[in-house]
Write a protein that binds this ligand. Sequence first.
Ligand SMILES: *[C@@H]1O[C@H](CO)[C@@H](O)[C@H](O)[C@H]1NC(C)=O
Ligand SMILES: *[C@@H]1O[C@H](CO)[C@@H](O)[C@H](O)[C@H]1NC(C)=O
Ligand SMILES: *[C@@H]1O[C@H](CO)[C@@H](O)[C@H](O)[C@H]1NC(C)=O
Ligand SMILES: *[C@@H]1O[C@H](CO)[C@@H](O)[C@H](O)[C@H]1NC(C)=O
Ligand SMILES: *[C@@H]1O[C@H](CO)[C@@H](O)[C@H](O)[C@H]1NC(C)=O
Ligand SMILES: *[C@@H]1O[C@H](CO)[C@@H](O)[C@H](O)[C@H]1NC(C)=O
Ligand SMILES: *[C@@H]1O[C@H](CO)[C@@H](O)[C@H](O)[C@H]1NC(C)=O
Ligand SMILES: *[C@@H]1O[C@H](CO)[C@@H](O)[C@H](O)[C@H]1NC(C)=O
Ligand SMILES: [Zn+2]
Length: 661
Amino acid sequence: PLLIISKSFLSCFQIRIWARRTAIEQGQGHYALNVTGPVLDFFQLYYNISYPLSKSDQIALPDFYFGAMENWGLVTYRETKLLYDPLTSSNRNKETTATIIAHELAHMWFGNLVTLQWWNEVWLNEGFASYVSYLGADHAEPAWNVKDLIILDEVHRVFAVDALTSSHPLSSKEDSIILPDQISEQFDVISYSKVHRAYYMYSITHYSMKNSDTVYNKSQKMEANNVSLPRPVNDIMNCWVLQMGFPVVTIDTTTGKVSQKYFLLDPESNIKVKSPYNYEWLIPVRWMKSGEVQRDIWWLMEKEGMCNDSLWVLANINITGYYRVNYDHGNWERLITQLNSEHQVIPVINRAQLMDDAFNLARAQLVSTTLALKTTSYLLMETEYIPWQSALDNLHYYYLMLDCTEVYQPMQDYIKKLVTPLFLYFKNMTSNWTHIPDRLTDQYNQVNAIRMACRTGVTECQDLTTTWFKQWMDSPQENLIDPNLRSAVYCSAMAAGGEAEWEFGWWQFQGSSVASEASKLMSALACTKNKTLLERYLSYTLNPAMIRKQDATSVITSVASNRVGHSLAWDFVRKQWEYMFTQYGVGSFSFASMISEVTARFSTEAELQQLEEFVEENSAVGFGSATLAVKQAVERTKANIKWLHQNKQEILDWFNSQIQA
Ligand SMILES: *[C@@H]1O[C@H](CO)[C@@H](O)[C@H](O)[C@H]1NC(C)=O
Ligand SMILES: *[C@@H]1O[C@H](CO)[C@@H](O)[C@H](O)[C@H]1NC(C)=O
Ligand SMILES: *[C@@H]1O[C@H](CO)[C@@H](O)[C@H](O)[C@H]1NC(C)=O
Ligand SMILES: *[C@@H]1O[C@H](CO)[C@@H](O)[C@H](O)[C@H]1NC(C)=O
Ligand SMILES: *[C@@H]1O[C@H](CO)[C@@H](O)[C@H](O)[C@H]1NC(C)=O
Ligand SMILES: *[C@@H]1O[C@H](CO)[C@@H](O)[C@H](O)[C@H]1NC(C)=O
Ligand SMILES: *[C@@H]1O[C@H](CO)[C@@H](O)[C@H](O)[C@H]1NC(C)=O
Ligand SMILES: *[C@@H]1O[C@H](CO)[C@@H](O)[C@H](O)[C@H]1NC(C)=O
Ligand SMILES: [Zn+2]
């Protein structure tokens, strides 16, 4: 292995990046080297403690199960995480590299210099590192505004898991975590992502406690509004840390009543675990009224008064609090009207949140599915990434549930209608796809525009991607496709193409010396519509010479996410479970994510039965770290069956009404 060297600006120590010789020679380590100095400098100032060691080494390993591991002074990474090739890697790869480096280097202090006492404290370690990784990356790349992405990448992800009864509180008892599998289960999305908002709310609390004037004046205001005063900081934090889940705050502008309730995605699920706080939270509420941000923060405990004279109210501005918000129907309608007339009045993060709340409240039967769908109609005018991504994340569930039903075509037509203006917007912005947008989020949304336009059948998009791919096939030495767009273009070309495109992709995959490029091709190979090719691809995962062990799970889940490949992947997993489980074991396969992704589409009684049989047949072999994932898969399948039964007709009618209009 070779290395490249630089020095920190603040204090003098060596920074080295290690990787395969060719990777270093191609300059793939330079970006990591460039961000490490600023990130370490940031943390030295942030922690007010100098870097505790005399050197910093980071190494990219060609086959590595985790994303990265924070060994003190010698951090190990997957190649895709540490290396960045300026010629072929995308801006998304670059962002990943910056944030992962910041995460691992944060552990040099928090985790290594100070170490948790036992595994029940993993959330402190990982949650904090995950939180400050955004600050470190923001310091290294201030133009990106990475902190705005927290809402999508952390908060929405944890909302999804924390709304199930199978969730768990951040903090657990020391003696409840003994077995290796129990330790592995601690490294989940709750531990990594929930802390972002817990920490935010802690800051708000801390601030209002320190500034007694604020508290005094707020208390007057609060008494006038009949709002309870903040309790001691410990109480406020404990209700978020010791209870699993989170609340939905309901604001009824017709009566002025505000209330809270434990939010569960499945309204009929039983809460088996008792909570010391009875599933009530002390909630900081920041809100706005018809476009004006209100200055005070409410601490919501029980029912409280609220004025009702406004056009519309919107609570949880910028989602600084960890809760969902529901409104009376009239206020929802007024918010939707605002979105459809002048959407910019509502902050961009809240535009994303309105859709996410509405879709999830509909899943929980607190609002109608039609209302949730209506929050998307303004996307005709939306060009920002965060709301678009939020909408697509929510519609992803609709694709999973409905793309093998008669709803598929009307749904495709509706989304095509929304995404066509976005496609043209980016075509214009990039002067016919010849320039790269300036802002990071525009670069990301350009990918969404192409991915969704091609997928919903915008002919101009399909012609574009097929032509680009054809040009590459004609001169394989020279790939002119914009690195940012490659994932979307490869997948679209593979879906439209046949064996020749697939074989070309496989050949390029094998020959690629850049891990991130190989990874894009690897996902795209699963986009083909040819079942023979998909089956062949699945069988390659059993041969580490074809597909590395670290990548096997990802190939299987990519095939499962293709509507043509889903049942093939499930058959494959069932047939090979014992072999994979005993041969590879925990160190090579991410069994938990494989189970959740392969069963994600399950929505029929037959599939539920197959899943239950699978559980029974393999009870002797066991599920190891996937035990919880298997339990969740059964719970989710039952919920899907019910959801489909209750909603399919309503959704079909709504999509039909929109495409005729
Ligand atoms: C940093 O630490 C030094 C002593 O170690 C202390 O004097 C100084 O006030 C600290 N600075 C901040 C901003 O906390
Ligand atoms: C707080 O209230 C006091 C008394 O009502 C007033 O004199 C003071 O200016 C207020 N402070 C702020 C920051 O509003
Ligand atoms: C405040 O709450 C108390 C008790 O909950 C109630 O009796 C009172 O009417 C409320 N005041 C206002 C102004 O809403
Ligand atoms: C506000 O609420 C009161 C009841 O508390 C109701 O009488 C009144 O009509 C409401 N006003 C509006 C504009 O909805
Ligand atoms: C909300 O977040 C945006 C983007 O991060 C920021 O520009 C805006 O000032 C924030 N608004 C409020 C009211 O905090
Ligand atoms: C195309 O972009 C230019 C600036 O690059 C802008 O002035 C024009 O309004 C845009 N046209 C459309 C149809 O969006
Ligand atoms: C984009 O291409 C169209 C023809 O397809 C042409 O009319 C237009 O001028 C081009 N715009 C730019 C900015 O190159
Ligand atoms: C699918 O691929 C196989 C193997 O490459 C090929 O023989 C077959 O003709 C393809 N089927 C279709 C429908 O394209
Ligand atoms: Zn970590």
